[in-house]
Structures are given as structure tokens and as C-alpha cells.
Write a protein that binds this ligand. Structure first.
Ligand code: KIV
Ligand code: ZN
Length: 502
């Protein structure tokens, strides 16, 4: 088989190494759902399970084999015929089946796990590959605990299994022990000392016990491995596996490596959230690439530098990983520049605002709160004279008729650039009728996405605060209104939101 020398194959084991984490178990339909997303992401191989381990795992491999078309479907086995028979049966419907068989390769595993000898282990490895090869062409062999194995013995084992028919040889750092330089040297050693190495692809499978999984995977690739084994969000045994999104973005960001994958990284954010939710494994906020803070800037110095030139503080574009935009978090450490940015985003014309004065007020609020939200800013702006937009619709009058004997009807008079427009509409309640009457004057496709009405102190004589979120041309705008009359407060909130883009 001819391979593009610069192509790195992505082997996803979220549904096998990831799924074996306590609490992360998925049902077969859930696995199928994730597998389809992995296919859309562009992974080359999906490790679907370990069929001999349970009837559920067996069934998952069967269903994934049916559901997925492009990626290779891989089933894990130990180096014995019973495991391999189960994998062959489970892979019956796979369009491109692969068996992933293997055995321990370190002296530690040979002695204390198998109570065996190197010779016996070698014979079992070769027998497993030969046996599996009778049923499936594509055989991947894993030399478990290769990270701690003696390189000369490892080379002997790898040469023997390639001769027996292995098409991919996996060199796992099962315990996450290696240093990147040592792991890279191990891969290079195999490249240089295994005579038939050109007949197989070297795969790297690294665990994160010392936080080095991505670094080790990269070292492996730089030294000649062409398949990376990884999981979404880096989930996996103990401290996890190499995070798929990390290794892919390393290769994508460092063009000088001249290595490419087939991954469409724009799916990362959505798929990460889906895996986290389905596996009940929260993603830490500072997780590289897809953590909540991965594209969030909070110190004043960084915010200022970022706003002057994005690349000052960002080495990747958030859109490339499916995140709409970077976040400038407003806190007491934020400067005027960041405040101005947010006010403009919310539709304020900042050259009509006394920014110094607003900043003083902002600092007072920010000292009392960890983070300042859009609603806090809107509230702060509505307190004074700063409620200024470039253009605006003004509500000159509002009249509503409602009760249990009439159809709720609203009549509005709106002024825009000195001209008054009047409209009347019916709705399923007075607020709905008012929104419809305003809509008929504006005549644009605006969607009301959220409406909350809140009494500020409680009591029927209270001032109500209405928050609205509307969507127009794929962007969201917030609006805000205050009144003792909730219908009037709703009309004000709606116009407040609309005036930000009209
Ligand atoms: O970490 C490991 O060694 C494994 C093998 C089964 C590939 O997960
Ligand atoms: Zn593993």
C-alpha cells in the first residue's frame, strides 16, 4: 500500500479506551451517535470496543460497524484465539474491519502480568497475528507497555509481528512514563532497527500520567509514526489518553512540520461538549483547545493587546475549532479598551458616551462581582444618560386592550427619524400583541429568543425588569426595559434590542 508520507492517520479510541473510564459508560445508541460525529469529524479509524469483554461491547461493535461507512472500524482483543473469534464475529458488518490484538512487551508485564518469558510472549504475539490474519486483512498489533520495554526486544517483537502480517504496529506508552525525547528515540530506534518496518505504519498511543501524552505523541510523529491514537477531550484510563483536538491542532498550527490529517477541526467544540455531556465528564475550563477559557482573555494587559491585534495573544483562530469568537471577560482588572469593546458589541455608540464616567461606575460594580455580564452592563448603562444609539425607534404611545372577554390587541405609535408610524395587532396576550404591532412597523425578520420578566423587589406595585434576547441575521442582541407596567417594559426591552442593529 502506498501512503502519503506527510499524512498522519487519526485513530480515535474515545469509545474504547475512553469509555472504559468508570462512570463514562455509554449505551450502544449513544456510541452510534458519537461514532457518526467522529465520522463527520474525519477520523480514519474508530476503535469501537473490546467485543469479548461483555455482550454490550460486542453489540456496540456490531452496531457501529453497520452505522459507519468511511472510517475503519477496529475491535480490540488480547493475544488469544477466543478474543479474536469474538472480534471477527462482531466486525461481520464492518465495511473496513480491523483487529487490534497485542500483548505486554516490557519485562515488568512479561514477568508480573503473564508470569512468562520473552520467548513465550513473542510466540503468542506471532500466533495471534497469524490467526487474526486468516479472517481480516487489516491487523494492528499493540506491544503493551512499550514505553518501558527494552528497545532491542521490542524491535524483535515488532519485526516478528510484521512478518506475521501486522499492517499497523502500535507502540503504547501504556503508563504514561516516557519523556518525549525517550519516546521519540524509541520510535526512531524501531524505524532504524526493524528490517521490515516499511511494510507497516507505526502508531503512537500515549497516556497522560505525567501530563506528557500530547508531547510524546508529537515526538513519535516527528520521528516517523504516522498514526496517532487519541480520544476526544483526552478522556481515558487514569489521567487519560492523548487529546485528539490537541494533537490535531499542534500539527495544524505548526506548518513547518509539514504534516496533515483529515480532521475538520471546526467540529471540535460541539463534539467535545457532546462527549462531555454523554460521558458525564466535565471539561476543565483551562483545557487546551476546547476549555471554556481557551479563547478567553481576562487580564487588562492581555485584553488591550488582543484588541489591538488578535495574534498578540492568540496562536489559533477560535473559529477553526468551532468557537464563534474569543471572549474578553470583564472583571475589575479590565481596562477602558475592553469595556468599550463590549459596549460597542452591545450596540452603543461609544463616541457619544462619557467613557471615563461609565468606567468609574463599571469598576464599582466589578469590585463587587467576579465577572460582569451583558445584563450588568445594560443595567449600568440604563442608570444614566448613556442610553444612546446611533438611530432609534422611540415608543411615542402604547395602548392595549386585554381581559377574558376580548382578543388581546395592542396599538403602538413609533417614531423613527422624526416620522411617526402607527400599527395595531392582535396576539395571544398583551405582550405578544405589542411585539407583533412593533414587528409590523419594523417589517424585518426578527426572532424573539428569550423573554424574562422579573419583579425587582416583589409586590404588585413593583417595577418590573424585562430582559429580551432577539436574533437577527444570525446574531443575538439583548434588550432591557423597566416599568411598573410589564407590557410597557416589554415594548421598551424589545425596542432596546432592535435599536442595536437597526
Ligand atoms: O494503553 C494501552 O496499552 C492500550 C492498549 C490496549 C492498546 O490501551
Ligand atoms: Zn491505552
Amino acid at each position: 500500500m502506498l501512503h502519503d508520507p506527510n499524512r498522519v492517520y487519526v485513530f480515535d479510541t474515545t469509545l474504547r479506551d475512553g469509555e472504559q473510564v468508570p462512570g463514562c459508560q455509554l449505551s450502544t445508541p449513544e456510541k452510534v451517535e458519537i461514532a457518526k460525529e467522529l465520522e463527520a469529524l474525519g477520523v480514519d479509524v474508530i476503535e469501537a470496543g473490546f467485543p469479548i469483554s461483555s455482550p454490550g461491547d460486542f453489540q456496540s461493535v456490531v452496531e457501529l460497524s453497520k452505522a459507519v461507512n468511511d472510517p475503519i472500524i477496529c475491535a480490540l482483543t488480547r493475544a488469544n484465539r477466543g478474543d479474536i473469534d469474538a472480534a471477527v464475529a462482531a466486525l461481520k458488518y464492518a465495511k473496513r474491519p480491523r483487529i487490534h490484538t497485542g500483548i505486554g512487551s516490557s519485562d515488568m508485564h512479561i514477568k508480573y502480568k503473564f508470569n512468562s518469558t520473552r520467548e513465550d510472549i513473542l510466540a503468542r504475539a506471532v500466533d495471534a497475528v497469524k490467526y487474526a490474519k486468516q479472517f481480516v486483512e487489516d491487523i494492528e498489533f499493540y506491544a503493551e507497555d512499550a514505553g518501558r520495554a527494552d528497545n532491542a526486544f521490542l524491535a524483535q517483537m515488532i519485526e516478528a509481528v510484521i512478518a506475521a502480517g501486522a499492517t499497523v504496529v502500535n507502540i503504547p506508552d501504556t503508563n504514561g512514563y516516557c519523556l518525549p525525547s525517550d519516546y521519540g528515540a524509541k520510535i526512531l530506534y524501531l524505524k532504524e532497527n526493524v528490517q521490515n518496518i516499511d511494510q507497516a505504519i507505526i502508531s503512537v498511543h500515549c497516556h497522560n500520567d505525567l501530563g506528557l501524552a500530547t508531547a510524546n505523541t508529537l515526538a513519535g510523529v516527528i520521528n516517523g509514526a504516522r498514526q496517532v491514537e487519541c480520544t476526544i477531550n483526552g478522556i481515558g484510563e487514569r489521567a487519560g489518553n492523548t487529546a485528539l483536538e490537541e494533537i490535531v491542532m499542534v500539527l495544524k498550527t505548526h506548518h513547518e512540520l509539514n504534516l496533515k490529517t483529515n480532521i475538520n477541526s471546526k467540529h471540535f467544540s460541539k463534539l467535545s461538549a457532546q462527549v462531555s455531556r454523554m460521558m458525564r465528564m466535565p471539561v476543565q475550563p483551562n483545557k487546551a483547545i476546547i476549555g471554556k477559557n481557551a479563547f478567553a482573555h481576562s487580564s487588562g494587559i492581555h485584553q488591550d493587546g488582543f484588541l489591538k491585534h488578535r495574534e498578540n495573544y492568540e496562536i489559533m483562530n477560535p473559529e477553526d475549532v468551532g468557537i464563534d469568537e474569543s471572549d474578553i471577560i470583564l472583571t475589575a482588572r479590565s481596562g477602558r479598551h475592553a469595556l468599550k469593546h463590549h459596549l460597542e458589541r452591545l450596540g452603543y455608540v461609544t463616541d457619544k458616551i462619557n467613557l471615563d464616567q461609565v468606567y468609574e461606575k463599571f469598576l464599582t460594580v466589578a469590585d463587587q462581582k467576579k465577572e460582569i455580564s451583558d445584563n450588568d452592563l445594560l443595567s449600568l448603562m440604563s442608570e444614566g444618560e448613556e442610553h444612546t444609539y446611533k438611530n432609534g425607534y422611540k415608543l411615542n404611545s402604547l395602548q392595549v386592550e386585554c381581559g377574558d372577554t376580548v382578543n388581546p390587541t395592542a396599538t403602538v405609535k413609533l417614531e423613527y427619524e422624526g416620522v411617526e408610524h402607527e400599527a395595531k395587532a392582535e396576539g395571544n396576550g398583551p405582550v405578544n400583541a405589542t411585539i407583533k404591532a412593533i414587528e409590523s412597523v419594523i417589517g424585518k425578520d426578527i426572532q424573539l429568543k428569550e423573554l424574562t420578566i422579573q419583579a425587582i423587589h416583589g409586590g404588585s406595585d413593583d417595577v418590573s425588569k424585562v430582559n429580551m434576547r432577539v436574533s437577527y441575521e444570525d446574531k443575538s442582541y439583548l434588550g432591557y426595559g423597566f416599568s411598573t407596567d410589564i407590557v410597557k417594559a416589554s415594548a421598551d426591552a424589545y425596542l432596546d434590542a432592535l435599536n442595536k442593529f437597526l
